[in-house]
Design a protein around this ligand. Structure first.
Ligand code: NAD
Length: 248
C-alpha cells in the first residue's frame, strides 16, 4: 500500500481481467479512486467483490455514445488507462476485412474515442495522464502471426506521440506501455486456440523469453502506476518496453 495516487481518479478500460484488473488494483493500492470498466459484467462483479473500494461500470470502448456519457459523468478523471485490446492470430494472408476492421476498432479507435472524450476536462484543469497499452509486437519487433495486431499496436504508439506533442505545454502527459508475453486469461485462450498439446504451446511461448518466464500482470501494473504518478512528471511521448528481454 502506498500513496502515490492519493487524490487522483483513475479510469481503467478492460479492467475485468489480466493487465487491466491488476492495474485497477495497483491504482487503488496507491490511494487512487478507481473506476474499473469492461464489457464483461461478471468479471467486474468478481473484481468488486474482491475489492469493494473499486467502483465498477460497464463500458464498451467501441460505443462512442456510452464513452461520451461516461466522460460527462466522470469529468474528474485524472488518469485514463486505455487497456482494451484484442490479439488477432495470423499473417497478412489470414486477415479478412472484418478482422482488420475489428482489430483497428477495438485496439486503436477505442483509444482515440476515449482520449477525445476525456481530454477536454483534463485540459480545463491543465492536468492529465493518458496511458495506452501497445505491445512489443508493433513498430518495436516483428513477431510471427501478429500482422494486424502489430499494425494496431504500432498505430497506438503514433497516436501517443502525436497527442503528447500536441498537449505537452498544457499539463498533459501521454505514454505507451509495450509488454511482451504476459500470463493473462486471454493468453490461456490463445494457447488453447492453437490446437495441439497446450503444454507444448505454452513451453514455446516461454522458450522465446530470454528470462525463461512470462510476465505477470502485476509487473506491468507497477510500470503503469509509475507513469500515472508524479514520479514520472518529466516523462511524456514515450513507448515503454517491458518484456523480460524479448526485444533486446
Ligand atoms: P485480456 O485479453 O485477458 O482481457 C481483455 C479484457 O478486455 C476482457 O476483460 C474483456 O472483457 C475486455 N474487453 C473486450 N472487448 C471490450 C470492449 N469492447 N470494451 C471494453 N472491454 C472489452 O487482457 P490482457 O491479456 O491483459 O490484455 C490487455 C491489453 O494488453 C490488451 O490491449 C493487449 O493487447 C495488451 N497486451 C497483452 C499482452 C499479453 O501477453 N497478455 C502482451 C502485450 C500487450
Amino acid at each position: 500500500m502506498g500513496q502515490r495516487l492519493t487524490g487522483r481518479t483513475c479510469l481503467v478500460t478492460a479492467a475485468g481481467q489480466g493487465i487491466g484488473r491488476a492495474t485497477a488494483v495497483a491504482f487503488a493500492d496507491e490511494g487512487a479512486r478507481v473506476i474499473a470498466t469492461d464489457i464483461n459484467e461478471s468479471a467486474l462483479a468478481s473484481l468488486s467483490a474482491a475489492r469493494p473500494d473499486i467502483a465498477v461500470e460497464r463500458l464498451d470502448v467501441c460505443d462512442r455514445d456510452a464513452i461520451l456519457a461516461a466522460a460527462r459523468q466522470h469529468r474528474e478523471v485524472d488518469v485514463l488507462f486505455n487497456c482494451a485490446g484484442f490479439v488477432h492470430h495470423g499473417t497478412v494472408l489470414d486477415v479478412g476485412e472484418d478482422d482488420y476492421d475489428l482489430s483497428f476498432d477495438l485496439n486503436v479507435r477505442s483509444a482515440f474515442r476515449m482520449s477525445q472524450a476525456f481530454l477536454p476536462s483534463m485540459l480545463e484543469r491543465e492536468s492529465g495522464r493518458l496511458l495506452m497499452v501497445s505491445s512489443v509486437a508493433s513498430s518495436i519487433k516483428g513477431m510471427a502471426n501478429r500482422c494486424v495486431y502489430s499494425a494496431t499496436k504500432a498505430a497506438l504508439i503514433g497516436l501517443v506521440k502525436s497527442m503528447a506533442a500536441d498537449f505537452v505545454g498544457q499539463g498533459i502527459r501521454v505514454n505507451a506501455i509495450c509488454p511482451g508475453t504476459v500470463q493473462t486469461p486471454s493468453l490461456d485462450e490463445r494457447i488453447a486456440a492453437q490446437g495441439g498439446n497446450p503444454e507444448d504451446v505454452r513451453r514455446a511461448f516461454v522458450e522465446r523469453q530470454p528470462m525463461g518466464r512470462l510476465g505477470q500482470p502485476e509487473e506491468i501494473a507497477a510500470l503503469v502506476v509509475y507513469l500515472a504518478s508524479e514520479e514520472s512528471a518529466f516523462v511524456t511521448g514515450q513507448a515503454f518496453v517491458i518484456d523480460g528481454g524479448l526485444s533486446m
